[in-house]
Design a protein around this ligand. Structure first.
Ligand code: ZN
Length: 411
């Protein structure tokens, strides 16, 4: 992706005196004079930032402004190791709100909508980002946070929520509960803003159909404000990224070389206006591509495609590289499956054994045929044959945060 002139002048402004402001970048760019960054090629020679570099700056090593300018911090939701702490100035918080409000407008929401916010509030950026954007545009926020499904559904009905902010797994859980309790006709939901997780077409369709709502994917990570730096539009052809705040690149995950637009690789983000903790060439480990050309919706903001996985999600079985998105594709192509699945990889007496568990309403011979078909499609698309095993609907676990689907017990 080429910088626009406006983007490049924002970048130059951000780089000016960056080393004086930020001990983190003083060290990272020790041998580089940032005033020499005058072209796209100069920029592309800058070293990447990695999550581990950010972690090593714990607690406040990323701070690039004086203490009196920091109004809050957030932290990445890493379940292992040292968290990454991101300091925000008031301008950062305002800019985040502006971007999130844009996302809501892109999804067709207005200040008369009411959004039920189910992601968690606190150190991580999810719930509070949804809240900021809602307040910014004058939409009523119902700040539920996760869990307590009975109360969620009660509030959703009583307050007439028209929009739902959720992770995909929690949206699915709510959709199934609404279906089970026959509540749909008593609700006013019309839009879902779903974030923070890569998910398959089938799951999206189930949530959309069971709730009778239109769904928009929201993108972002704590390191770059939080969710809300981009969202899908009514064309549902990728997610627009707000290009006045964030510059996107897609690089080859092995060589780090920028790839031409349209090719799948690792998404790299550079913030253009961030004060508290600017981010320069941050490797997200998200796999996607930049969608060439302009969107039919008319938005000038560039698009990334639906995420196909994480560079570190890739797993190798019997010599074949696989991504969860490819397994989802197999599930989607097999009749009689639901959206839920699990992959188990074990080593039994020196041999890799791959098992795919999937939910199905089928029983007996029909289930056996479905298992056979899934194994065949899997072999055709991914190059090796799994043991496919159908389990009853609702058997596989759903979680309120991210649902783990690949279980590798070999290491
Ligand atoms: Zn569009």
């Amino acid at each position: 992706m080429q910088f626009t002139d406006e983007q490049f002048s924002l970048l130059t402004k951000q780089l000016r005196n960056l080393k004086q402001r930020s001990p983190f970048y003083a060290k990272k760019f020790a041998d580089i004079n940032l005033d020499d960054i005058r072209t796209q090629a100069d920029f592309e020679r800058l070293p990447f930032s990695e999550k581990d570099d950010l972690r090593a700056a714990y607690p406040l090593g990323l701070q690039a402004v004086p203490d009196q300018d920091v109004v809050r911090i957030h932290s990445s939701s890493g379940t292992t190791g040292t968290p990454v702490i991101i300091p925000y100035t008031q301008k950062d918080v305002d800019d985040w709100a502006i971007q999130f409000a844009r996302c809501y407008r892109m999804a067709g929401l207005t200040n008369t909508d009411r959004i039920q916010i189910t992601p968690g509030y606190g150190l991580w950026t999810a719930g509070i980002g949804f809240q900021l954007g809602a307040e910014r545009m004058g939409m009523m926020a119902i700040p539920m946070g996760p869990g307590n499904t009975d109360k969620q559904l009660q509030m959703m009905e009583d307050l007439g929520a028209t929009a739902l902010g959720a992770t995909s797994s929690y949206a699915l859980l709510l959709a199934e509960e609404i279906e089970r309790r026959g509540l749909r006709d008593r609700l006013k939901l019309r839009k879902g803003i779903i974030g923070s997780e890569r998910w398959g077409e089938k799951m999206r369709n189930r949530i959309a159909n069971e709730l009778g709502i239109q769904i928009y994917d929201i993108y972002g990570l704590t390191e770059s404000y939080g969710p809300g730096i981009g969202i899908s539009c009514d064309e549902h052809a990728g997610m627009h990224i707000w290009s006045d705040y964030v510059y996107i690149e897609v690089v080859d995950p092995d060589t780090g070389q920028p790839l031409p637009d349209g090719e799948v690789g690792e998404l790299v983000l550079t913030t253009l206006q961030k004060e508290g903790a600017p981010l320069i060439r941050y490797r997200t480990h998200d796999l996607t591509r930049i969608i060439p050309g302009t969107c039919a919706c008319g938005s000038p903001h560039p698009r990334i495609d639906t995420l196909v996985g994480r560079t570190d999600d890739m797993f190798k079985v019997k010599g074949c590289n696989m991504f969860p998105a490819q397994v989802e594709e197999v599930i989607k192509c097999t009749d009689g499956t639901s959206s839920e699945y699990q992959v188990m990889i074990e080593n039994i007496s020196g041999k890799d054994v791959l098992t795919v568990l999937f939910e199905t309403p089928l029983e007996g011979d029909a289930k056996a045929r479905c298992e056979e078909e899934l194994a065949m499609i899997f072999k055709a698309k991914l190059g090796c044959t799994p043991d496919a095993k159908g389990v009853p609907m609702g058997e596989l676990p759903r979680s309120e945060k991210k649902t783990k689907r690949i279980f590798d017990s070999r290491y």
